[in-house]
Each structure stands twice: as structure tokens, then as C-alpha cells.
Ligand binder design. Structure first.
Ligand code: NDP
Length: 324
């Protein structure tokens, strides 16, 4: 089968196509014939070595496809089932072996492309808005990079929970996308004083929660946007990882709460996975959740996908057709 491999960490050119054997499913595992893989910023972190993986590795943390074979003691899926998954590495490939309990059946009325597109970012938006800081009607959140893959979904789910959404984006074109996703106010954070704007929009009070995926560039400003005892959710490093801080800073900024969550810990059981995946897959299938597919790249275009994502040229979701 064809798979992308990374033999040493570095730039997009380190993503090379290789011919490798189709893996065999062991006990509790399933072999999935992948149709579409999702591209996520986390794939860049692994490629550059910010997140560690044994070399060589196949990147990609999300896909949809069809179960080809199952190992012993698998009860969750059968050969022929249409399935999707997230947070298991190796999806930039034509086949992958996964723990069967991490596979979710795709509703009949949903395409595999759309399922691959929403699993990781959709479940992330779900845990951020339902579990990390369960937004309530009348609360206000600040969402950075709101036209991105995760951002558009965080905005939509925050609105569904009745919150007011202040969004930041990098361009006018992205502002229109954030507004379409439901943002009440949009700030261009590259050109406007977004901290002052956020405080002005909240009559000086500050927001209840910041969902910050940008990381180093926005971290300190985000703290200044929060109300006393508000929650800082730093969940990504698009501009680089946040450096160390003194806990005393949280006291000085208003007895703030700080968390650095990841999806893997929010799909820790089959029950939790089925809840979140069910909500987002059915949301897209019914049209309640809008999904923007920016572009589908061939397997040989994985490097171009990474370049586009890192250069802030994209909005919505990037996919890889692993058979093209
Ligand atoms: P996006 O589609 O959001 O793309 C990243 C966006 O971040 C860019 O389009 C850009 O938007 C903004 N950005 C700001 N500064 C930079 C920078 N220096 N370099 C590149 N982009 C920048 O990507 P994803 O939806 O895949 O991921 C968004 C973030 O969410 C990532 O940080 C990712 O790690 C995080 N994430 C975390 C998860 C978790 O569980 N912790 C799970 C899923 C995603 P603009 O031009 O508007 O500034």
C-alpha cells in the first residue's frame, strides 16, 4: 500500500510517499481501508518534532473508510462497516490498523469525506464547549482563529449553547466566514487592538472563557480579555508553544483558571467517544452543523497541504484522498 512516511523531522519536504506492507489487525483491532484522511495542525507538530513520535512514522490523526478485516475479540465493528476515527496516528495511508473501540460507524446519509472532515475538529469543539468550559446561555466566549477548521466548529457549537461569541481572524475574508459560522462580533487581530476591543465589547468586564488555539502569540493578551475567575483554555500552538508562566500571574490577572486540554483525554471511553462523535456526525448529516471543505489533496499533495495550513492560506477543512 502507499503511505506517507516521515524518516526525520523537519519541513514539508520530509513527507515522502513509500510502499509499505498492509498491516494485520491483532486482538481487539480492525484493519480499515482508508478513503479520506483529515489534515490537522497536530500533523505539523509531529512533522516538525514539537510533538514526539518514534521514526519513521506515518502522520495523520483522522480518517474515514471501510472495515476490511477484524482481529480476535472485536465486537464494535464488522468487515464492510463504514467507519471514522480520530487521535490515532497513521492515516496518511491506504490502510491502517486501529483499536476497534476507537472506530465509530458513519451514519448512512453522511459521506466518508464529511465524516473524515469533522471527527477531530468537531469532537474538539464539542469537548471545549460542553466539558472544558460548559458554556451556558448568556455567557461570552472569545474564539481565536475562528475561520479555521476547529474555529468554525467552536463558534457554531458555542452559539448552539446560547453563548455570545467574539471571534478573531487574520483577514476580512476570514471575518466573513466567522460571521457566517455565527460569530456575533469579529476582530481582525493582526491589525486591531483585539484585547481593547474585547474589553470594550464586554463593557470592561471581560469574557467568561477564551478558547485559544494560536498559542504563543495570543496567550498573554487572552489572559487580559478574561473576567475575574474566567477560564483560559489554551488548546493549540499554531504560532508556537506557550512559554512557562508563574502561577502568581493567574492571581494578578483575576484568580483565573488555566487549562491545556487535548482531545485524547476527552474520548477516553467508548461511551464518551460515541457521545461526542454521535453529536458531530449527526450534526453534519442533518445539516445542523455546517462544514467547509477547503480542499482535497492527493496523497502526493500532503506537503502542499501542510504548507497551505501553516501559511494561514486556508479556512475550514483540508482533506487527503489517499487513493488519488
Ligand atoms: P486551522 O484551520 O485553525 O489553521 C490554523 C489557523 O491559525 C490559521 O489559519 C490562522 O488563522 C491561525 N494562526 C494564527 N497564528 C498563526 C501562525 N503563526 N501560523 C499559522 N497559523 C496561525 O487549523 P486546525 O483547525 O487544524 O487547528 C487549529 C488549532 O487548534 C491548532 O493550534 C491545533 O493544534 C488546535 N487543536 C487542538 C486540539 C486539542 O485537542 N488540543 C484538537 C484540534 C485542534 P488566521 O489567519 O485567522 O490567524
Amino acid at each position: 500500500m502507499k503511505a506517507i512516511q516521515v524518516h526525520e523531522t523537519g519541513g514539508p519536504e520530509k513527507l515522502v510517499i513509500a510502499d509499505v506492507p498492509v498491516p494485520m489487525p491483532g486482538k481487539g483491532q480492525a484493519l480499515v481501508r482508508i478513503s479520506t484522511a483529515g489534515v490537522n495542525f497536530i500533523d505539523i507538530y509531529f512533522r516538525i518534532g514539537l510533538y514526539k513520535a518514534d521514526l519513521p512514522f506515518t502522520p495523520g490523526m483522522e480518517a474515514a473508510g471501510v472495515v476490511e478485516a477484524i482481529g480476535e475479540d472485536v465486537t464494535e465493528v464488522q468487515p464492510g462497516d463504514r467507519v471514522a476515527y480520530a487521535m490515532q496516528r497513521g492515516s496518511y495511508a491506504q490502510y491502517a490498523v486501529l483499536p476497534a473501540w476507537q472506530l465509530v460507524k458513519v451514519p448512512d446519509r453522511l459521506s466518508l469525506d464529511k465524516a473524515a472532515a469533522v471527527m477531530l475538529q468537531g469532537m474538539t469543539a464539542h469537548y471545549l464547549t460542553h466539558s472544558t468550559f460548559p458554556l451556558q446561555h448568556g455567557q461570552t466566549c472569545l474564539v481565536h482563529a475562528a475561520a479555521g477548521g476547529a474555529g468554525q466548529l467552536v463558534v457554531q457549537l458555542a452559539k448552539k449553547r446560547g453563548a455570545r461569541v467574539i471571534a478573531t481572524v487574520g483577514s476580512e475574508a476570514k471575518a466573513a466566514i466567522a460571521r457566517d459560522a455565527g460569530a456575533d462580533e469579529v476582530i481582525l487581530y493582526n491589525t486591531q487592538d483585539w484585547v481593547a476591543e474585547t474589553r470594550r465589547m464586554t463593557e470592561g468586564r471581560g469574557v467568561d472563557v477564551v478558547y485559544d488555539s494560536v498559542g504563543a502569540a495570543t496567550f498573554h493578551g487572552s489572559l487580559d480579555c478574561l473576567r475575574p475567575r474566567g477560564m483560559m483554555v489554551t488548546f493549540g500552538n499554531a504560532s508556537g508553544p506557550v512559554p512557562a508562566i508563574e502561577p502568581l500571574l493567574l492571581n494578578q490577572k483575576g484568580s483565573l483558571f488555566l487549562t491545556r486540554p487535548t482531545l485524547a483525554h476527552h474520548c477516553a471511553t467508548r461511551q464518551e467517544l460515541l457521545w461526542r462523535a454521535g453529536d458531530v456526525l449527526n450534526g453534519v448529516a442533518s445539516g445542523a452543523l455546517a462544514l467547509e471543505i477547503h480542499k482535497t489533496y492527493p496523497l502526493s499533495g500532503a506537503a502542499a497541504a501542510h504548507e497551505d495550513l501553516a501559511a494561514r492560506r486556508t479556512t475550514g477543512k483540508l482533506l487527503i484522498d489517499v487513493n488519488a
